[in-house]
Design a protein around this ligand. Structure first.
Ligand SMILES: [Cu+2]
Length: 158
């Protein structure tokens, strides 16, 4: 074995070790791990105009989490007497007490899936209104979202 070859092999081994350490650090940072602090942002919130003026409304939004796991435990609004969390089943829907927000994942509230049910409006919602929803998370605490009232047929991105 020549000296030059041996030195090359040693340098190579050192580089591989440095790369492995770097990969671990990056993976840790991106997921935060299940025990890490949640980092939540809310995207595309909207409330379709209720079909009848005093009628039940729905709320949709996406919670993005770039940190550790969290749980949505309640939702309230100064604009309504009652906000509950629902999930859709094959034939109907049912109320749930909490919704998980996975580590490094999203909680999607969307048509045909999980959603918020809003009742007892303080004032009849109108197109263009912005209503406040207060999302209470087990770990991140309260996140206040301003939610626009959209046409009944609205879909995000349309
Ligand atoms: Cu519902």
């Amino acid at each position: 074995m020549s000296r030059a070859f041996r030195r090359g092999a040693l340098v190579g081994a050192g580089l591989a070790a440095a790369l492995a350490v770097g990969a671990v650090a990056v993976a840790h940072q991106s997921s935060g791990g299940p025990g890490g602090a949640p980092k939540l942002t809310v995207a595309d919130p909207y409330i379709p105009l209720p079909a009848t003026p005093d009628g039940m409304g729905a709320g949709y939004l996406t919670v993005r989490n770039s940190g550790g796991a969290d749980t949505l435990v309640s939702v309230s609004s100064p604009a309504a007497g009652s906000v509950t969390m629902h999930r859709s089943t094959e034939t109907s829907m049912e109320q749930v007490e909490q919704m998980p927000v996975p580590a490094g994942g999203t909680l999607d509230l969307a048509r045909g899936g999980a959603h918020l049910m809003i009742m007892d409006w303080a004032k009849r919602p109108a197109l263009g209104d912005e209503l406040e929803l207060d999302l209470e998370f087990a770990r991140a605490g309260r996140v206040v979202v301003k939610v626009p009232v959209k046409p009944l047929t609205y879909r995000p991105g349309s």
